[in-house]
Design a protein around this ligand. Sequence first.
Ligand code: 6CS
Length: 334
Amino acid sequence: MKQKMLKGLILSCLIAATAMQAATWKYAMGEGLNDPQGLYATHFKSYIEENSKNKIQLYAVGALGEETDMMEQVQAGLLQFLGQSAGYMGGTIPEMDVFFVPYLLPTDVKELDTFFKNSKVINKMLPAIVRKHDLELLSIYPEGEFGTTTFKEFHSPADLKGMKMRVMPGSPLLVETWAAFGASPVPMTWGETIGALKTNMIDGEENPVIWIAAYGLDKLSNVLTYTGHGHFIGTAIANKKFFDNLSTKNKKLVKDAATSAQKYILKKAQDLDALGLGRIIRSNPDYKIVTLTAAERAPFIKRSESVQESFGKISSSNKAIVDQMKKDLAAAAE
Ligand code: 6CS
């Protein structure tokens, strides 16, 4: 009898110990489950659940409010993980705006891929900076080259004069970029953008083509222009206190899940970019798609120099980031 009781006691302790180890973590994002951030999060969730007893609860955009609300929620520890568009982060973490220095990132996909895999800025410097904001940076990845959708064609800064160009609301650099390009930038959350296009409150916006196709932005414009000035950047971040308090085993699990999801999304985002463009061309054959020529890009590139300079002037940390970024990009170009 005693032996039976002992066995029962040991078994219940084991079950309790295992249950204590297993947790359910909340993961919100600024996109839907079929968009790049959702695909990254789903891959991350599968990795965690296949390699531990922990569970991930996913919240697609809108479930817990606008993308602008989520950063505070993850900093406060209400969420453990967040998929956040970098365009919503620069106001809180100025160094994160480096990705929006116009004409800094390459348009060549292979170079971009090599940069995101090996960059010291991405893998060392930004994680250290982000930790100062109660966050643990897990991944940064491109979601596709920016395509600019407008009602009227533009080929020069003069063509942009008076054009109200919507930009993501958390990036002072995006405002500066489109002002330097000659337009009138309008910071606005995604939730207001469709309505603003329908009521002509804005004349244009920029997004990767996978997003333009998914949310019908080609139907709310007459032309898509590739200026070559940059890429839409997605991130995965965790609450720092939550991450620091994880067991060594769970810390490694989270890092390995992020590495696996990053590898997956770097390739997947390239396929989605091609898919998005194909979908637009097929479903909207009369839609105009313009790629600015090198001669047409030249005045925009010239104007972007002042934006790059002002980014570096914000702080010595910003200067160090943009200087290292150029070294990392040169290494990726070799
Ligand atoms: O334009 C925006 O604000 C939205 N675009 C993308 C590609 N992801 C989420 C973001 O809120």
